[in-house]
Design a protein around this ligand. Structure first.
Ligand code: AMP
Ligand code: GLY
Length: 421
C-alpha cells in the first residue's frame, strides 16, 4: 500500500515511524514532513493546509491511504476532500472535527448529553461577558472560541485579569477571529490526564493514558507551549477512573456525535481533569496530541495501520489492541526563547551518539552542508521506554545528554511534577 501522512512535526514523525513497521505499508510519504521524518518516509513539499494541492498530489501519485494528523487541515475538511476524490482517508470529517475547532460547539454538546465538564457560558457581546465575570467572581477561565494554537485559554486568578483577557480577545483581537466568541467557564481543580482514543463512529477504544507538560519552564512556570514533554501511562489514571471515564465520558461523547449526525472516525483526544466530583472534560481535540503521541506509539504493540483501517471500516470492536507494559517518556528539546521568539538555523550535534531512545524530529532541516539544524520552536522529542515512569524519565534524560545546539532549552522536570499538575 502507498500511504501518505499529512503534517510535519514530532507527532507525524512518530506516526510515520510506527506505520513504517507495518508489513502492509510498502511506500510511505509525508507532506510536508521534516528532516527527521525523511529517514522513514519520502517527504513531499506540500503545506499541510493546502487541500487542493494535497488531493491533487495524492491522486496523481495513486495513494491508497492518507492519514491527516494536524487540526487545521481536519477543520478545513481535508478528509472530506480526499474522500470526494475517491481516496481512503483517516481522520474525522469536517463536521466531526468541529469538536476541537469550536469550543462553543463542544461545550454545547456536553451540556446536551450530560457529559461532565465545567459550567460555562458563551458570549459574543463584550459587555455581557464582563458582567458575567463580575457576577461569577474569580478564579475563572476565559477561552477564545476556535483554534488558537492552544494559547487561547486564560486561567484568571482575579476578576480584573479575566476582564483583561476578554478585552484582549474581543476588543484587541489578540487571537484574531478566534476571539470574537468567548467561552467563560468555572475553574476546575485536580490533576490533569489526557486520554487519546481510537473511534470508528460508534465504538471507542482508549489508548493508554498520558500527560503533557504545557508550560515552558520547570515547576509549570512560564508561558503555555505546544508541550515540553509527555509520558504514558499516567499514575493518576487508576482502573476505577478509567472505567468511569469510559462510561461517563468516552462512549457518551462518541454516541452523542453519532446522534448529532457527525460520526467521529479517527483519534479523539480527551483532556481531563480529575476533580473532587469525578473526571470532567477540559477539552476535546480531534486528533493525536503532540507530544503525547511519541510515548504512546512507542508503547503500542499492535499494527497502527490495521487500527486506522478498523476506524474507517467501523470494526474497532473486533480489534484486540495490545500495549507494552512499563512506561515511556518523551523529552522535548526546544529552541531557546520558545514559545515567544527564537533563532533558527543552529547546527545540532550529538544525534549520532544517542543510545536506547528514539529521537522524533519536530522542527529540523538540513543545511547546505547536510547537517541537522533547528527549524522550529520544538525541535526534537527524545523518547525512551522504562519498566516504570521513573525509569522511562531517567532513560530519556540520559539518552538526550549528547544532544546540543546554541540556546537549546528543555525542562528538567518532565515526569517529576505530575502529582501537582
Ligand atoms: P485547553 O486549551 O482548553 O486545554 O486549556 C489549556 C489549559 O488550561 C488546560 O490544560 C488546563 O490546565 C487549563 N484549563 C482549561 N479550562 C480549565 C478550567 N475550566 N478549569 C481549570 N483549568 C482549566
Ligand atoms: N499536547 C497538546 C496537544 O496536542 O494539543
Amino acid at each position: 500500500m502507498k500511504v501518505l501522512v499529512v503534517g510535519g512535526g514530532g507527532r507525524e514523525h512518530a506516526i510515520c515511524w510506527k506505520l513504517a513497521q507495518s508489513p502492509k505499508v510498502d511506500e510511505l510519504y509525508c507532506a510536508p514532513g521534516n528532516a527527521g521524518i525523511a529517514s522513514v518516509a519520502t517527504c513531499v513539499p506540500i503545506g499541510a493546509t493546502d487541500l487542493d494541492g494535497m488531493v491533487k498530489w495524492a491522486k496523481e501519485n495513486a495513494m491508497d491511504f492518507v492519514m491527516v494528523a494536524p487540526d487545521d487541515p481536519l477543520a478545513l475538511g481535508m478528509v472530506d476532500a480526499l474522500e470526494a476524490a475517491g481516496i481512503r482517508a483517516f481522520g474525522p470529517r469536517k463536521n466531526a472535527a468541529i469538536i476541537e475547532a469550536s469550543k462553543a460547539f463542544s461545550k454545547e454538546l456536553m451540556k446536551k448529553y450530560g457529559i461532565p465538564t465545567a459550567k460555562y457560558q458563551t458570549f459574543t457581546d463584550e459587555a455581557a461577558a464582563l458582567a458575567y465575570i463580575d457576577e461569577q467572581g474569580a478564579p475563572i477561565v476565559v477561552k477564545a472560541d476556535g483554534l488558537a494554537l492552544g494559547k487561547g485559554v486564560i486561567v484568571a486568578s482575579t476578576v480584573e485579569e479575566a476582564k483583561q483577557a476578554v478585552r484582549d480577545m474581543m476588543e484587541n483581537g489578540v487571537f484574531g477571529a478566534s476571539g470574537s466568541t468567548v467561552v467563560i467557564e468555572e475553574c476546575m481543580t485536580g490533576p490533569e490526564v489526557t486520554v487519546l482514543a481510537f473511534a470508528d463512529g460508534e465504538h471507542v477504544v482508549p489508548m493508554l493514558s498520558s500527560q503533557d507538560h504545557k508550560r515552558a519552564y520547570d515547576g509549570n512556570e512560564g508561558p503555555n507551549t505546544g508541550g515540553m514533554g509527555a509520558f504514558a501511562p499516567s499514575p493518576n489514571y487508576t482502573p476505577d477512573i478509567a472505567e468511569r471515564c469510559m462510561k461517563e465520558i468516552f462512549q457518551p461523547t462518541i454516541s452523542a456525535m453519532k446522534a448529532e449526525g457527525r460520526p467521529f472516525q479517527g483519534v479523539i483526544y480527551f483532556g481531563l481533569m480529575l476533580t473532587p466530583e469525578g473526571p470532567k472534560v477540559v477539552e476535546y481535540n480531534s486528533r493525536f496530541g503532540d507530544p503525547e503521541t511519541q510515548p504512546l506509539l512507542s508503547l503500542l504493540d499492535s499494527d497502527l495501520f490495521d487500527i486506522f483501517n478498523a476506524c474507517i471500516d467501523g470494526t474497532l470492536d473486533q480489534m484486540d489492541i495490545q500495549w507494552k507494559s512499563g512506561a515511556a517518556c518523551c523529552l522535548v528539546l526546544a529552541s531557546g526563547g520558545y514559545p515567544v521568539k527564537y533563532e533558527k538555523g543552529h547546527v545540532i550535534s550529538g544525534l549520532d551518539e544517542v543510545k536506547d531512545a528514539v529521537v522524533f524530529h519536530a522542527g529540523t532541516k538540513l543545511n547546505a552542508e547536510g547537517q541537522f539544524v533547528n527549524n522550529g520552536g520544538r525541535v526534537l522529542g527524545v523518547t525512551a521506554l522504562g519498566a516504570n515512569l521513573a525509569e522511562a524519565v531517567d532513560n530519556a534524560y540520559a539518552a538526550a545528554k549528547p544532544i546540543t545546539w546554541k540556546d537549546m532549552h528543555f525542562r528538567t522536570d518532565i515526569g517529576k511534577v505530575w502529582v501537582n499538575q
